[in-house]
Design a protein around this ligand. Structure first.
Ligand code: NDP
Length: 253
């Protein structure tokens, strides 16, 4: 991050793999106390050990959180004590074949949007008590592309129609960030949506070859490169109240 985050406290959700691990690592390396909020606690502990060997062990801890389960979100919020400087709402899920159903839509919305929303609003007091805090919600390029499908009657030929529920959930997340950034400015809380670009992670494990074939041909980034946008928004300039933000590809900025 290029800044000293000593004394600052961060939560990174979905920090058991991919972009989340690299975001947590960068924040811990800069001196922040980082909680890896994960639904697979064992995977979280493995990530914490691995991050802890590069940063300081005592800066990294693991907590259980299933963002698709409101009770789990409520329990996590109730257990959080004291100020919170950085919330990186990173956990997310994309379409599996069986998710191309109402249940799949519901799971993606529950995780990618409602979970992010409930966590951020539930931790509002902790964020406000930090004085200056930042919330980052992972949106996606699918947020940019999804509205395009509505412009074209023949949308089967457009990219992302196979990921429509994913794109919808990521659009909702970006809209929440825009609105929260305005409403929470007086509390010193900046809320922004991040688009990491296309990153080689586990996220695409549920996609079929046909799904991939329907997408533009990307140059996939490494998870570390993909984390750059989240890290910048969590630890860079404080952007509260200056219009909602939707950041893209900060690695190249
Ligand atoms: P990964 O699949 O590697 O990471 C996603 C993380 O979210 C995992 O740790 C996963 O945990 C966790 N997660 C999923 N569902 C839940 C849940 N219900 N509760 C708690 N944690 C959950 O993929 P990425 O690192 O790529 O994804 C990180 C974020 O970046 C996501 O929000 C994704 O949508 C977004 N993104 C990724 C892009 C890419 O190209 N990779 C592009 C644009 C956005 P578990 O291992 O237990 O499933």
């Amino acid at each position: 991050a290029g800044v000293d985050l000593t004394g600052q406290r961060a939560i990174v959700t979905g920090a058991s793999s991919g972009i989340g691990v690299e975001t947590a690592r960068a924040l811990a390396m800069a001196g922040a106390e980082v909680t890896l909020a994960v639904r697979d606690v064992r995977a979280g502990e493995r990530a914490a050990r691995e991050i802890g060997t590069g940063a300081v062990d005592r800066l990294v801890r693991v907590a259980s959180l299933d963002l698709s389960d409101q009770r789990s979100v409520a329990a996590f919020i109730a257990a959080w004590d004291g100020p919170l400087h950085m919330l990186v709402n990173n956990a997310g899920v994309s379409a599996t074949p069986e998710m191309r159903t109402a249940e799949g839509w519901e799971l993606q919305f529950a995780t990618n949007h409602l979970g992010h929303f409930a966590l951020a609003t539930g931790l509002h007091r902790a964020l406000a008590s930090a004085g200056r805090a930042r919330v980052v919600s992972l949106s996606s390029i699918a947020h940019v592309q999804a509205p395009m499908v509505f412009e074209d009657v023949n949308f089967r030929e457009r990219p992302y129609d196979r990921l429509l529920a994913y794109g919808e959930s990521k659009t909702a997340t970006a809209l929440f960030a825009v609105e929260a950034n305005r409403r929470w400015a007086d509390d010193g809380i900046a809320v922004n949506a991040a688009n990491p670009g296309a990153v080689a992670t586990n996220l695409g494990r549920h996609l079929t070859e046909e799904d991939y074939a329907s997408l533009p041909a990307y140059d996939f980034k490494t998870p570390q490169q993909g984390a750059a946008t989240s890290v910048l928004l969590a630890a860079g300039p404080h952007l509260a109240g200056i219009g909602g933000r939707y950041f893209e590809d900060c690695e190249q900025a």
